[in-house]
Design a protein around this ligand. Structure first.
Ligand code: AMP
Length: 477
């Protein structure tokens, strides 16, 4: 990704020092950076910014920054690095390693915004999932700052598409997450490929003993450690809730919550890709625009979903943990744990998607009515208290009754009972046992479906294509 800058080569500074943030100026940042901060309403430095910016500008030591997601880390390392890039030298002077493509795009975008008034600084984000040939072509002119996922960077290094010999800064962002994702050997190789003596900065939300060893391995001794981890491990601006659902009616309770909060924007976390996809299919036709983000999507599809979410064309995003890492979407009202997180760290990470940049947010767990005790570990370890969200659902007795339907594909489309059933269920998420009495004719097929799944089937399949045939499903009278 390489965002285009405004065409002028010498962007004028619009305002004087008096309107720019005095507090950021006091940290040693130059006017060009202050101008872009002012333009983005970033006025008061966050705690990590107050500490890290002067250290990166003036110090010489390697730095470990321990702070949660959403505390302004990107600006903390991005601003002082931008100030020390020499735009005249067409060399890669800073490398920022990130665990996911989404975070890579986010960091590159932030740097682009911050560098608006510094002329000719080029940042490129490189990550897996995009054609490497295109990236190699873009890197033919070295970029001043490279944001990269470790695997793709190694690939580019082995093809000699990247030259790290002029590097001044190496940033390892979300180090705890990178280790959890198994990137340790890749990062070790990259650190080795960098010449000795460059400034290294590592950021993590926790510094577990296992990570401590790795930090020493990457950064050496004589590290400056900045820990702004608050007393409570989870952002205090987040309120914690649970929805107690009746066994067998979890989805109904979710719908009830969404309908009661019809304008709220949020992320629903599922444990697996399959569950994420299914929930999206189940919510097709629902009055709230939803979409899903999971590992199987290609880069184009992911970008499309993220853009729609950021542009507010999608109100609720359903996502797996990995896919949602690094997502920074302003003003999300809630994070929903449709499946409970595996541990408190995951709870903190998921919840950190809301209550960003000083806003409030809700973190909501779905708990089965007879398993409410499951919240206790989180309460104890994180020193938080959950409050119940009371919800009522109406159970429709006609839900289980069968409705006769017909679909305009049959024997002449080379189908049999098994393949029709697969077509009906795979693309709609309706379970196979909900469809019975399949009867194939030459040009159409009749079947019966449980009433509760009828709309899900229609919303996911109507007007889609089976080879060249436009699908029409109708209720038999
Ligand atoms: P980060 O932790 O870098 O992902 O930043 C989280 C969000 O806070 C981003 O949307 C930033 O643009 C925003 N942000 C960063 N620094 C500040 C600040 N000092 N004041 C207000 N918002 C900020």
């Amino acid at each position: 990704m390489s965002p285009e800058k405004t065409p002028c080569t010498q962007a004028p500074l619009r305002c004087t020092n008096n309107t720019m943030s005095i507090k950021f100026a006091a940290l040693g940042l130059n006017e060009a950076l202050l101008q872009s901060l002012e333009e983005n309403n970033i006025v008061d430095p966050s705690e990590i910014q107050e500490k890290i910016i002067p250290m990166v500008l003036q110090g010489t030591k390697n730095i470990v920054g321990i702070s949660q997601t959403g505390t302004g880390k990107t600006a903390a390392f991005g601003l002082p690095i931008l100030q020390q890039i020499d735009p005249k030298l067409q060399q890669t002077q800073a490398l920022i390693l990130v665990p996911t493509r989404e975070l890579g795009q986010q960091v590159a975008k932030d740097l682009f915004v911050f560098s608006r008034y510094i002329v000719r600084i080029h940042t490129e984000a490189v990550y897996g999932g995009k054609k490497i040939e295109e990236q190699i072509q873009k890197l033919a002119t070295p970029k001043h700052i490279l944001v990269a996922t470790p695997g793709r960077l190694l690939d580019l290094l082995s093809r000699k598409a990247v030259d790290l010999s002029h590097l001044k800064f190496l940033v390892i962002d979300e180090a705890d997450e990178m280790l959890a994702m198994g990137f340790q050997p890749d990062i070790a190789k990259i650190v080795k490929a960098c010449k000795p003596g460059i400034r290294k900065l590592l950021f993590t939300s926790t510094l577990a003993p296992t990570l401590q060893e790795t930090v020493t391995e990457y950064l050496g001794n004589g590290i400056e450690e900045i820990n702004i981890q608050p007393q409570e491990a989870v952002n205090a601006a987040i309120e914690h809730y649970y929805i107690a659902y009746q066994y067998g009616y979890k989805f109904e309770f979710l719908k009830a919550f969404l309908l009661e909060n019809i304008t709220a924007r949020g992320i629903i976390f599922c444990r697996t890709q399959a569950a994420t996809k299914l929930l999206k299919q189940q919510l097709a036709g629902f009055p709230i625009a939803v979409s899903a983000l999971y590992g199987d999507l290609n880069q184009f599809e992911r970008d499309k979903v993220m853009k729609a979410f950021k542009d507010k064309r999608i109100q609720v995003l359903i996502a797996t943990d990995i896919a949602a890492r690094g997502i920074d979407v302003a003003a999300l009202d809630f994070v929903m744990h449709y499946h409970l997180p595996d541990n408190t760290a995951q709870y903190v990470n998921r919840s950190g998607r809301t209550a960003r940049a000083g806003k409030k947010g809700r973190s909501i767990c779905m708990l089965q009515q007879d398993e409410l005790y499951q919240r206790e570990d989180f309460e104890e370890e994180l020193k938080i208290e959950f409050e119940a969200i009371p919800l009522e659902i109406t159970i429709d007795k006609s839900d289980a009754t069968l409705v006769d339907m017909s679909i305009n594909i049959g024997i002449r489309h080379d189908l049999n009972i098994g393949s029709v059933l697969k077509f009906l269920t795979f693309h709609s998420g309706v379970k196979e046992t909900a469809i019975v009495d399949i009867n194939l004719e030459r040009a159409h097929t009749t079947f019966a479906i449980e009433n509760r799944y009828k709309n899900q089937l229609l919303h996911n399949l109507q007007n889609t294509k089976h080879f060249h045939q436009r699908i029409v499903i109708e209720e038999c009278s």
